[in-house]
Design a binder for this molecule. Structure first.
Ligand code: KIV
Length: 295
């Protein structure tokens, strides 16, 4: 074989490799609307799932337009939008209000809505009623619930009514008063074993995906390999099938919350402060409005 033939063979190999990579990367680009089925395909194709929270029409429109796969109308709205210390106070009516605003904005992303604290823990009938209200009144595509074994009956009942359920294990903010702190969960074997067992139970019960919050990266990778449904991590390392962040945290609108796992892509708090200060100066100095800005 001449050097030239070898060179062309090598080039051919790399071209095939790149085409393969492109084909594998393209699942979410091919779809007009992201569905639970799309997420399953993305896992099979090793294509990571990008999820962000949104709670209102304007930001949801921007996030959807940028090509996000999943929008979570999280009960973190309780902290971010309403200023509560925990996620516990937010009500089903408030979640439906946020979710319907988001649904009106999106044209492509899958919209998942948190069932808030107290609306599914009672029994599976209460859980189903809450899930049905979210689906009917907001037009969202799926619900999310925190917990393992203890909520399995409710998950099964909701799934059998045709409503897709996303699970949530690890740090579960609705149980913060049981945990007592927001530190990393499942560092010890006993809790890690329970988490793995719960993950399998949720998968068997019909969950289409699972959020893993603030657990060791090694454990999250293991769980992701164990399951055929996609896992979406927050503070769970790079071995999960996708990542989720709270939009206001990653945009730097909220500043008081700075965990290690949070990457800030913007510093909007400073930007907004500068803009508002400038506006105040302009109004007070009669610079605004100028001749062109009036009728
Ligand atoms: O409510 C929320 O924002 C969440 C994410 C942190 C996963 O549950």
């Amino acid at each position: 074989m001449t050097n030239l033939t070898f060179f062309f063979l090598l080039m051919g190999f790399f071209v095939v490799l790149s085409i393969n990579k492109f084909i594998k990367m393209s699942v979410n680009k091919q779809v007009k609307r992201v569905t639970t089925h799309t997420l399953q395909e993305m896992k099979q194709n090793n294509e990571k799932i990008a999820m962000l929270t949104a709670y209102d029409y304007s930001l949801a429109k921007l996030v959807d337009g940028a090509g996000i796969d999943v929008i979570l109308v999280g009960d973190s709205a309780s902290n971010v939008m309403a200023g509560h210390e925990t996620t516990l106070p937010i009500t089903l009516d408030q979640m439906i209000y946020h979710a319907s605003s988001v649904v009106r904005a999106i044209s492509r992303a899958l919209v998942v809505v948190d069932l808030p604290f107290g609306t599914y823990q009672g029994n599976s009938k209460i859980a189903l009623d809450s899930a049905i209200r979210i689906m009917k009144e907001s037009g969202a595509h799926a619900v999310k619930m925190e917990g393992g074994e203890e909520i399995i009956e409710s998950v099964k009942r909701i799934v059998s009514a045709g409503i897709p359920v996303m699970g949530h294990l690890g740090l579960m903010p609705q149980s913060i008063y049981k945990f007592g702190t927001y530190v990393v969960r499942a560092k010890e074997d006993e809790e890690a074993d329970k988490l793995k067992k719960d993950a399998l139970l949720l998968q068997e019960a019909g969950c289409f995906a699972l959020v893993l919050e603030k657990i060791p990266a090694k454990l999250a990778t293991k769980v992701s390999q164990l399951l055929h449904i996609p896992t979406i991590g927050i503070g769970a390392g790079s071995g999960t099938d996708g990542q989720v962040l709270v939009l206001h945290d990653m945009l730097g609108i909220t500043t008081e919350f700075s965990p290690r796992f949070l990457r800030r892509y913007l510093n909007l708090a400073d930007e907004i402060n500068n803009a508002v200060s400038q506006y105040i100066t302009d109004v007070k100095s009669l610079d605004f409005p100028n001749e062109k800005e009036q009728y």
